[in-house]
Design a protein around this ligand. Structure first.
Ligand code: C2E
Ligand code: MG
Ligand code: MG
Ligand code: MG
Length: 289
């Protein structure tokens, strides 16, 4: 009886694996089709200087505009795209679209806006990554200084050798790296001295209780000091309240991003904000504080 039970369990397990494999193939096909049908779009979330309120850059965030469903957020398909391998063509599309948008904004006269793009682990592991990006930049005659690539701590630690090669190559080509969700991954800080990192993005979990939990303020303040002592800039993500905004300014954080300042928005809406920003600067109107 035990044997039979065991066999049933094996069968059950196999069936489950099979279902999972089938659904992964199904999702991969669905995502590939979505990409071909132009159902993917990028939204842009502004990043502001916390010192003078100036609009410093934007982060590109992918959304899937699924017919009959509406906007699907990356948390619901990026992990599957990573598992299925479709992340590589999707990631290339994201990079190219973000760079084309940056190029268009430059042609419209917004010269100093920075574009941040999130990279996935499988994308980062690709030997062709740096070359691909360099091709896009060259084709558009874009200044690589304005492109920032966001990677997470775990991506650096998982494949050290590849990471070093890729980072060095990206750096040689003039691109910059930001560490996303900083403080939530590996606790090793050694990579900060080994890798060319331009910016740390303090994870929103530390920003959340910044004004109420003193422990979080100590962590945030230490991250800022550590980064500044190493010549690295700091941006805080997930700013939802004025109190958090104030506290981060007091602590000397360079930039901020979050719903309190601006939500991610489609390109057309972002253009309006860029217009407002440039007329604000031209007329020397009071700075956003
Ligand atoms: P992330 O890179 O850390 O992006 C920040 C996320 O926080 C975004 O969610 C953004 O909409 C959200 N956010 C912004 N301000 C606030 C705030 O004040 N409060 C809260 N609670 N959240 C805020 P989103 O767009 O759903 O993206 C989630 C994650 O999906 C991203 O985290 C990133 O890891 C991944 N992702 C997004 N776009 C891409 C992409 O183009 N490529 C890759 N590989 N991953 C992406
Ligand atoms: Mg990010
Ligand atoms: Mg983040
Ligand atoms: Mg993230």
């Amino acid at each position: 009886q035990a044997k039979e039970k065991g066999r049933n369990q094996v069968q059950l397990f196999d069936a489950e694996m099979n279902t999972r494999a089938i659904s992964l193939v199904k999702i991969e096909n669905e995502l590939r089709y979505a990409l071909e049908q132009n159902q993917m779009e990028l939204h842009y979330q502004p990043q502001f200087s916390l010192q003078d309120g100036r609009l410093a850059g934007v982060e590109a965030l992918v959304r899937w505009n699924k017919p009959g469903v509406g906007l699907v957020y990356p948390g619901d398909f990026i992990p599957l795209a990573e598992k299925s391998g479709i992340i590589v063509p999707l990631g290339n599309w994201i990079l190219e679209t973000a760079c084309r948008q940056l190029h268009a904004w430059q042609w419209a006269g917004f010269y100093n806006i920075r574009m941040a793009v999130n990279l996935s682990a499988p994308q980062f592991r690709q030997f062709s990554l740096a070359g691909n990006i360099a091709d896009i930049l060259r084709e558009l005659a874009l200044n690589p200084d304005l492109l920032e690539l966001e990677i997470t701590e775990s991506m650096l630690m998982e494949d050290m050798d590849i990471a070093i090669t890729t980072m060095t190559e990206l750096n040689r080509l003039g691109m910059h790296l930001a560490i996303d969700d900083f403080g939530t991954g590996y606790s090793s800080l050694a990579y900060l001295k080994n890798f060319p990192v331009r910016r740390l993005k303090i994870d929103k979990s530390f920003v959340k209780d910044l004004a109420s939990k003193s422990g979080d303020a100590v962590i945030v303040s230490s991250i800022i000091n550590l980064a500044h002592n190493m010549g690295i800039a700091v941006i805080a993500e997930g700013i939802e309240y004025e109190s958090q905004h104030q506290r981060l300014r007091q602590l000397g954080c360079d930039e901020g991003q979050g719903y309190y300042l601006a939500r991610p928005m489609p390109a057309t809406e972002m253009e309006k904000l860029l217009q407002q920003e440039s007329s604000r600067l031209l007329t020397g109107k009071e700075q956003r504080q």
